[in-house]
Design a protein around this ligand. Structure first.
Ligand code: PEP
Length: 253
């Protein structure tokens, strides 16, 4: 049975002290207010992973995620962070293929595939991001576009490897724009993604894969989005930077 997950992507925000304050506040609110079996993830910037991870040690509700990983194992790759390094500080999930990384760092399908392999080989779960631009949607090419993103980075994984994967559908036009996909737009794309998984792997894999929605999800629209049959939670940017907002999104599931 697939997990319901709400993940906070902090992007390049917060200082070391602010990171600890935020995660402690979220932890307290989640303990007091969240009764469901939702898995909560926080993805702080690299320098804060270890301290935030220590704070979350033994916490069965909240888990640590990283925002990126190198496709290489080790060596002369200045500025990069390997999957083994992430694992060694308690990271359990890794966001891979976020549209900002695809756009600003030119990460292509093959690179993302290698990042997925490295993450899984080191005992962590990738959160693979996909999603179309406004141009693709306006031209009615959004299904084909997302289908190709999935196929190009995921279809070479084995069934056992794919069992570890979480998908996040994040239409680029909805990220950080305040413009969210309607619950119907989210549902139809999530259903399509599940169909593609069934084709690439099998029906069981499709049924068991958590598919998160991301893109201006907030306490005001989360309930409606999360109520859709194929929406298993959210990847949250802006609204994950304030403990009250993030907890309210988590409570919407
Ligand atoms: C994101 O970047 O993953 C995201 C969903 O951002 P926001 O919630 O701010 O749109």
């Amino acid at each position: 049975m697939r997990k319901r997950i709400v993940a906070g992507n902090w992007k390049m925000n917060k200082t070391a002290e602010e990171a600890l304050t935020l995660v402690s506040e979220i932890d307290n609110m989640v303990k007091d207010e969240v009764n469901s079996d939702v898995t909560v993830l926080v993805a702080p910037p690299f320098p804060f992973l270890q301290s935030v991870g220590k704070l979350l040690q033994g916490n069965d509700k909240m888990h640590l995620a990283a925002q990126n990983v190198s496709e290489h194992d080790s060596g002369a790759y200045t500025g990069e962070v390997s999957a083994a390094m992430l694992k060694s500080v308690g990271v359990e999930y890794v966001i891979i293929g976020h549209s900002e990384r695809r756009l600003y760092h030119h990460e292509d399908a093959q690179t993302l595939y290698k990042k997925m392999k490295a993450t899984i080989a080191n005992g962590m779960k990738p959160i693979f991001c996909c999603g179309e631009s406004l141009e693709e949607r306006d031209a009615d090419r959004h299904f084909d576009f997302v289908g190709k993103q999935l196929h190009d980075s995921l279809s070479y994984l084995s069934n056992e490897e794919f069992d570890q994967v979480v998908i996040a559908y994040e239409p680029i036009w909805a990220i950080g724009t305040g413009r969210t996909a309607s619950s119907q737009q989210a549902q139809e794309m999530h259903e399509y993604i599940r169909e593609q998984i069934s084709r690439m792997f099998d029906a069981e894999a499709a049924y068991n894969t958590s598919i998160l929605y991301g893109g201006s999800c907030n306490p005001g629209n989360a309930k409606e989005l999360f109520s859709q049959a194929d929406v298993d939670g959210g990847l949250i940017g802006g609204a994950s930077l304030k403990s009250r907002d993030f907890t309210d999104v988590i409570k919407s599931i």
